[in-house]
Design a protein around this ligand. Structure first.
Ligand code: MN3
Length: 199
């Protein structure tokens, strides 16, 4: 059973008024994410050890094997983007009470959480991701990973939110201004309802 590109949970124009234009979503979902899925299926076709395995299992199998870097990168990016589309909403930006209380308990304030997330996102040199995870100590934390990696691979905890900071995520809307993209993402796009449901 081949992996498939999931449908977006909103139209490609649904986020335009909130800072992510239709062309960005068409290219990012229809071309970039599709390319990861196609490449992953190509690797699975040629490797019987991967056939019948879940996406999560493939990431674990490939993550510490240099000869499987291509598998890891494409499987990781498929996993990351599945979350990313769910991590945005045309009504994003509002933080539900239970998540807000947890954020205040662990970061001190919502502003401090956003600062920590922005720091992770803007200090990831080159391509990668910023994350809000629930760590194994029961506390929320902001982390970053390069390229196609993610908290599943690093074992840092449960993923609540992931923000793509590859340039293809923001170049049409924000050009080179990654900090502005991340600020807008946290304030207007992030689906905190989804994040709260992972708690
Ligand atoms: Mn991407």
């Amino acid at each position: 059973m081949a992996f498939e590109l999931p449908a977006l949970p909103y139209s490609t124009s649904a986020l335009a008024e909130r800072g992510m234009c239709q062309e960005t979503l068409e290219l990012h979902h229809g071309k970039h994410h599709q390319a990861y899925v196609t490449a992953l299926n190509g690797f699975v076709e040629k490797n019987v050890n991967l056939q019948g395995e879940t996406l999560e299992a493939i990431i674990k199998i490939a993550q510490n094997d240099a000869s499987m870097a291509g598998v890891f990168n494409n499987a990781g990016q498929h996993w990351n983007h599945i979350i990313f589309w769910q991590n945005m909403s045309p009504t994003g930006g509002g933080i539900p009470g239970n998540l807000e209380a947890k954020i205040i308990a662990d970061f001190g304030s919502v502003a401090a959480f956003k600062d920590a997330f922005k720091t992770a996102a803007t200090t990831q040199f080159g391509s990668g991701w910023a994350w809000l995870v629930l760590g194994h100590d029961g506390k929320l934390k902001c982390t970053k990973t390069p390229n196609g990696s993610n908290p599943l691979a690093t074992g840092e905890g449960r993923t609540l939110l992931g923000c793509d900071v590859w340039e293809h995520s923001y170049y049409l809307d924000f050009r080179n201004r990654r900090p502005d993209y991340v600020t807008n993402w946290l304030d207007k796009l992030a689906n905190y309802e989804f994040a709260a449901a992972q708690l």
